[in-house]
Write a protein that binds this ligand. Structure first.
Ligand code: SF4
Ligand code: FES
Length: 236
């Protein structure tokens, strides 16, 4: 495989020693079919071992490698360098989150918000001996949203969250939808009460940034609109 030289700028920041974030330039030689994660690995392994970033599965499953490249939130492991024009790359941490170091952001608040919507089946009925039967039609209601890998790219791209850190954000709201729409769950009303709030579903202004950012192509805004209908129905 041919090698190419590219120009990469990475936003670096160590809160323990740097007064503020700064851009650092690298010119790594990488395989011509590299992903963004391959590029970061090449820099980390061969040029600058102090560069920090998260990754684990390399298969777009774990959600740990979300970051902003040339202005777009992406998953580094599934995004080819050829999805961008030219040979210049500006790599930053996900916006809207506190930086722990370099491309590693603090997701504690992100997961705390997820906890608030109770992201598990709530059951008032007894658990069947074998399995909960779910019809194909019922499964269809959640088949797309269960693909969420909790990468945070949607929440990070949402201007409503940039302006109000108390907003639950699209990922937590989508997870609420995922259980509210699940035919096996008995906690829909309880969850609707949690999201039916000015910092819940009504803070979504249908801007669509979340949908553009989602690496799983989930129609997030459409599902959040369904939540608005459900919240309105429950309020009447
Ligand atoms: S909805 Fe998409 S962008 Fe948001 S956390 Fe899930 S996979 Fe990531
Ligand atoms: S490394 Fe797991 S999603 Fe990218």
């Amino acid at each position: 495989m041919a090698k190419v030289k590219i120009k990469v700028k990475v936003l670096r920041y160590n809160p323990e020693s740097d007064p503020k974030p700064y851009w650092k330039s690298y010119e790594p030689e990488v395989e011509d079919d590299s992903t963004i994660l391959d590029i970061l690995n090449t820099i980390h392994w061969n040029i600058d071992g102090t560069l920090s970033y998260r990754r684990s599965c390399r298969s777009a499953i774990c959600g740990s490698c979300a970051m902003k490249v040339n202005g777009r939130n992406i998953l580094a492991c599934e995004t080819s360098m050829h999805q961008f024009k030219g040979d210049k790359f500006r790599i930053e941490p996900l916006p809207g989150f506190k930086i722990i170091k370099d491309l590693v952001v603090d997701l504690d608040e992100f997961f705390a918000k997820l906890e608030r919507i109770r992201p598990y089946l709530i059951l008032n009925k007894s658990i069947p001996d074998k399995e909960f039967y779910q019809s194909p039609e019922d499964f269809e209601q959640i088949v797309e949203v269960i693909n969420c890998i909790l990468c945070g790219a949607c929440t990070s791209s949402c201007p409503s969250l940039w302006g109000n850190e108390n907003y639950l954000g699209p990922a937590a709201l989508l997870k609420a939808y995922r259980f509210i729409a699940d035919s096996r769950d008995d906690g829909a009303d309880e969850r609707v009460d949690i999201i039916n709030d000015r910092n819940g579903i009504w803070r979504c202004h249908t801007i669509f940034n979340c949908m553009e950012a989602c690496p799983k192509d989930i129609k997030i805004t459409e599902y959040l609109s369904r939540l608005k209908v459900k919240a309105t129905e429950n309020s009447i």
